[in-house]
Design a protein around this ligand. Structure first.
Ligand code: ADP
Ligand code: ZN
Length: 220
């Protein structure tokens, strides 16, 4: 089964993706994680993408598509994948469709998470991530704090803040999202596979609630 995650930075795509992955027993692929790992490991790809991530701009389509298509062909994804952060432009969405069609596959659901803009920034600045690359559990100092400050509940790893989770870059990322990614919501709506859900403290609905809602749609 193939599920894609749409939504602005800070809506909780990563959190929902991980919960769906667990519930459906299929892996997640996060384009942002792939890029961050490459930067950390100082690979050729890392060098090529570092500037874009640090500015909160999208990595060019050609490069992103190449990286993700290569990943999608790996054997661990043969039964499905939760795609977190890809596609993010019309070109990527069209290309993904073509790629899946060539491989006899199609997207089961495009999950679109919506959160009021003022909550997004607040959520992103309070986000902390486990630095253990095998774990990467996401916490939020206000909404979902770790039991012990600075330490991952799950694996004991050190919690860190993403470099691009600062207010200046966040504004750029949000602007990039509204300009370049929002239009593809229509693309999936027209295909009849869009599932939109609001995530907000205002209605007391968090990522885990949305994940449960979706899992029940798949009979889980
Ligand atoms: P968020 O959704 O919180 O901004 P991600 O981890 O999904 O975070 O992405 C981090 C950064 O990685 C983006 O700001 C962008 O620079 C790059 N990136 C991730 N996915 C894509 C994509 N599909 N196309 C282009 N750039 C991407
Ligand atoms: Zn951890």
């Amino acid at each position: 089964m193939i599920i894609i995650m749409l939504g602005a930075p800070g809506t909780g795509k990563g959190t929902v993706a991980e919960l769906l992955a667990k519930g459906l027993n299929i892996p997640t692929v996060s384009s942002g994680d792939i890029f961050r790992k490459a930067i950390q490991e100082k690979t050729e790809l890392g060098k090529q993408v570092e500037e874009y991530l640090s500015r909160g701009e999208l990595v060019p389509d050609e490069l992103t598509i190449k990286v993700i298509e290569a990943r999608l062909q790996e054997p661990d994804l043969k039964d499905g994948v939760i795609l977190d952060g890809y596609p993010r432009t019309t070109a990527q969405a069209e290309r993904l469709d073509k790629f899946l069609e060539e491989n006899g596959k199609k997207i089961a659901m495009a999950v679109n998470l919506e959160t009021p803009k003022e909550e997004l920034i607040e959520r992103i600045v309070n986000r902390r991530i486990c630095s253990n690359s095998e774990c990467k559990t996401i916490f939020n100092l206000k909404l979902n704090p770790p039991k012990q400050e600075g330490i991952c509940d799950k694996c004991g790893g050190k919690l860190i803040q993403r470099k691009d989770d600062n207010e200046e870059v966040i504004n750029n990322r949000l602007e990039t999202y509204f300009k370049q990614t929002k239009p593809i919501i229509d693309f999936y709506e027209k295909k009849g596979i869009l599932y939109t859900s609001e995530v907000s403290v205002k209605i007391n609905k968090m990522g885990k609630d949305v994940a449960n809602e979706i899992l029940s749609k798949f009979g889980k």
